[in-house]
Design a protein around this ligand. Sequence first.
Ligand code: ADP
Ligand code: ASP
Ligand code: MG
Length: 418
Amino acid sequence: MGIIVQKFGGTSVADPQKIHNVANAVIKEKENGNDVVVVVSAMGHTTDYLIKLAKEVTLNPDSREMDMLLSTGEQVSIALLAMAIQAHGYKAISMNGQQVGIITECIHSKARIVDIKTDKLKKNLEAGNIIVVAGFQGVTPDGEITTLGRGGSDTSAVAIAAALKADRCDIYTDVEGVYATDPRIVPNIQKADVISYEEMLELARVGANVLHPRSVETAKQFNVPLRVRSSFKLNNLGTLIIGVENMEIYKPVAGVAADSSQVRILLSNLPDIPGTAARVFGALAKNNISVDMIIQSLASNGTNSIAFTVDEDDLNGAIDILETVKDEVKAGEILIDKDISKVSIVGAGMVDRPGIAADMFRSLAENNINIKMISTSEIKISCLVEKENAKPAIKALCKEFGLETTEMAVVKGDLPNL
Ligand code: ADP
Ligand code: ASP
Ligand code: MG
């Protein structure tokens, strides 16, 4: 008998009938003789609704109060799922982040988990309970409620699996596994039976929101066997995510993804002297603002311009900080470009295979897609394009790198907003 952690996302618990379906899936795992901890997200689009509600009250809601608000979504679904499991005749108990002891840093809206207490979880499992835990939330050592960032229930589940040394963590969702791109954009897309932690981590970081990036980071760090599988086809094994040393790499590109949630900031006319970039990015880092792509270019008049991207949620904070350092670094203007999407190709097979970047740029050019910025890492190439070009770029790149198939993926739920 082992411990299995299961996670069900918002679409899987969107209404009472679906909650009963989840209860059945949980009970099936219990009947296999396992101890089961199940992590759930808020029902359907609850989190989006709560964010909209807050923005109707004020355009600039306080981040502590946002966490107080958003954490309520998961509290509803855990109680309902525990009731459903009990109604099927099994022992179940719901626990929120505070009750479990999911301890996080005190950074509201994107807290990282630092520790998970296992004593209450173990006690409840020993008592024969199926435990239903609220995803996405934690508590600081001072008792402040935090959330882990959008999609963070995946990370809650993997972190609990790591803390309990669970045999497996199964992420059940509304698609049948990890595909080479979002199957809502390219339905005739290949599904991976197996993918490495490294490739999955890059894909998640560049916008494949099927898994929260930190969930993959945690799985990799603690070697948690992770599966992404369908909540409506329970017998399908989905996609297994494992260490790279176990894998042969045949294809240069494993996946394509886009992220339309960034904005580009340009600082013009900076003097070409040491310390300027350190001052600008140091100030942003101090305020917990992560910067993604960065390009510095030297103009013919000897001044520099620095362009970089941040999450759109961090835009106002970034502007405030840049206004305070602008005079000190003698910058000219601060220009904002919101019409951007970052399209990326990811693949461990790119290493030592020259020409992949050139193929990507050619494919975009053949589709009349202009590239605004480029960045590369060992197993990833990203191009910034106009928002309206994100979907055509994904389609073109899937074709270019042979990621299509003849079978159509089955997807439940709504279309993504790219
Ligand atoms: P959940 O509510 O279960 O957490 P999410 O919406 O967060 O579900 O994640 C599942 C969605 O991720 C799918 O419906 C799909 O549209 C999207 N997605 C994006 N990229 C991929 C990919 N490469 N493979 C599979 N699904 C993907
Ligand atoms: N409910 C949260 C969200 O919508 C967390 C999650 O679903 O993983 O982002
Ligand atoms: Mg999700």
